[in-house]
Every structure is written in structure tokens, then in C-alpha cells.
Design a protein around this ligand. Sequence first.
Ligand code: SAH
Ligand code: SF4
Length: 340
Amino acid sequence: MADVLRTYSEENLKQVVTDLGQPSYRVKQLVEWLFVHPVLSYDEMTNLPASFRKALKERFPLLPPRIYNRQISRDGSRKYVLQLDDDSLIEMVAMPQEKDRLSVCLSTQVGCPLQCIFCATGREGFQRNLRADEIVDQVIIAQNDFNMRVSHVLAMGQGEPFLNYDNLMDALHVLNDPHRMAIGSRHITISTSGMIKGIERLASEPDQFTLAVSLHAAIQSLRDKLMPKMASQPLDMLHQALITYYKKTRRRFTLEYVLIDKVNDSPACLEALIDFCQYLHCHVNLIPLNDTGDEGFKPSGSRTLNQWQNTLIQHHIETTVRNSRGADIMGACGQLKNSL
Ligand code: SAH
Ligand code: SF4
């Protein structure tokens, strides 16, 4: 049994309560404090006796991230730089949408080893994987800061989720469990740079999490330039993995395509994307690049965006354009943290 209480099932918590000589009704109280109306410290668990809290603190220290910096966007979204207990920094964004809807874009690693050249996180290098509780705590921090339940989760912040597969799944199970944080599986999205092993593993899980794949180029040589570390996982294999994913799960997935002016937005690039979408049950999400100031990359213009969207739709490919939220607070992950 791992020593991170925030990932414990009710069974495991029963064991803890018994081991520490407490009556069984404490299990319900713990579940309440850890998951239902979660707090980040034992001191806030006010209906537990001090001796029990002390024993828990010693045996199962909670090591939540702390808010190091918070920026509030004009559109209401909030971007956080969080400091972990080893002092490293990650980013998290919370976006209130309609009434009752609060989406959190969380990080899964400190930095990222994949070094995509348009990505601020890729440029900072890789430090470590996040623990499952550090992933869950990001949701709790947003929830407490907004005083509102988080309804949607996107593993789309810093890091490559499938390179931290086990901790990610442990965390998502806590978030999804109806007796714990109860966020519906279809409201949980995992964004990957296209790691084939991860896509295959996800396809064999019973959970109905949503998959998003960062494509950014359907021409191999161009993709290799933009995402050099993904060159070992060629597009034809990715395509095959996505066909298999759909056959197994019957779930549509999203292809994300960041449009960079004069880099991956030519007519030939569009044609390649249309070809790639053949035989795939996908939804395309076009994203204007968030200018990170480096490499001279600029977002494609709105004319190109509209033209891409219209052409894809003409080819019966469901396509949306993502409005980058929080652009005024350095929307692309890694940007705010790296500017502090
Ligand atoms: N590593 C995963 C998830 C984190 S990145 C992945 O690559 O999918 C989340 C998304 O942000 C990816 O689609 C990524 O390509 C995109 N992204 C990175 N840098 C960006 C930028 N400067 N502007 C817009 N989107 C960016
Ligand atoms: Fe890593 Fe995703 Fe950034 Fe690429 S885009 S460097 S995979 S976080």
C-alpha cells in the first residue's frame, strides 16, 4: 500500500482507521475531508481528534502544492504557478465556463522530456514525474480557490501524461470515482503527443476517459522537426494505433493541431491532415499558436484558420477552433512559470 492517503480506496482507509485504533465512523469523516469536500491539511479536519490527526500527519504526510503565483485573466480563467514540496514549480489553469462548469487543465510532470520546439514547457527540460496526489491536489486547489466543484479535467498542462501513466491513472481514478471526487469519465481528457504504447494501454482500460492526440503535422518530415522526440513513433503507426483504439473503445478522439504561420499551415499540410483523418473517427481541434516569443513562431492568421476549418468540414471532418483562453496571462503552459 502506497503511503499517499489521497489515493486510498475506502477499503484502504478502513484499514488505516483500524490500525490507528479509531472507531469505524472515522472512515466516513476521512472520505469527506479527503475527497468530498477536500482540504489540503489535517489541521482543517476539525472533527477528527487531535491525536488521530497527529498520527495521520506522521504516518501519511499530506504534501500539497502551494500557490506560488496566481494570475487572473480578463475572461475569468485563473492561471497558477504551484510550488511542490521539493520546491519545483508547475502550472495549472482553471477556467470557469457556463454556470456549474469549471474546467481544470493540470500538469502531469515537472517540465517535459519531449522538447517540442514550439512549446515553452519543452524548452525548460524535464525534472520529474508528479505523484498521483500532486495531480489530484491541483484539482482541489482550483476547487477551493473558486469555491466551486471542478466538473471537467484536462491532463493537458505541463508534461506528457503517458510518460507518467501509472500515477496519472491512480489520480484519474480518484477524480472519477463516484464515491470520491465524482468527476464523470467523459469529462476527463488526456492529451498525448502521440505515444503509441500509452494509446494502446488506454484502449484496454475499462474507463471511458477521452483521448486527445497532438498531431500538429501530418507530414512526417515536418512533424519530426516540430516534435523531434516523436520521430521514433511514425505517423503510419500512430494512424494504425488510432484505428485500433476506436475499434476497441468505440470512442471518438480529438486530433489537436496548433497552427503556426508559414510552418505547418500550407495547403499541402491541410491536404496531408485530410488524408490522415481518413478512416479515423476523430474530431479536429485547430489551435492558433500561443506566441511564446522564441523561435520566431507566430500564430496563423484568422483567415487561414477559417479556411482550414471550412475545408475540413467540407470533407466531413468535424472541426472546431479553440479560442485560447487566458492569452493575457500567458496562456500556453510553461510561459507564465518561465517568465517569473
Ligand atoms: N504533452 C501533451 C500534453 C501537454 S501539451 C501533449 O503534447 O499533448 C498540451 C497541448 O498544448 C498540446 O496540444 C501542445 O501541443 C499544445 N501547445 C504547446 N505549446 C503551445 C503553444 N505555444 N501554443 C499553443 N498550444 C501549445
Ligand atoms: Fe511536452 Fe506536450 Fe510540450 Fe511537447 S507539447 S514538449 S509533449 S508538454
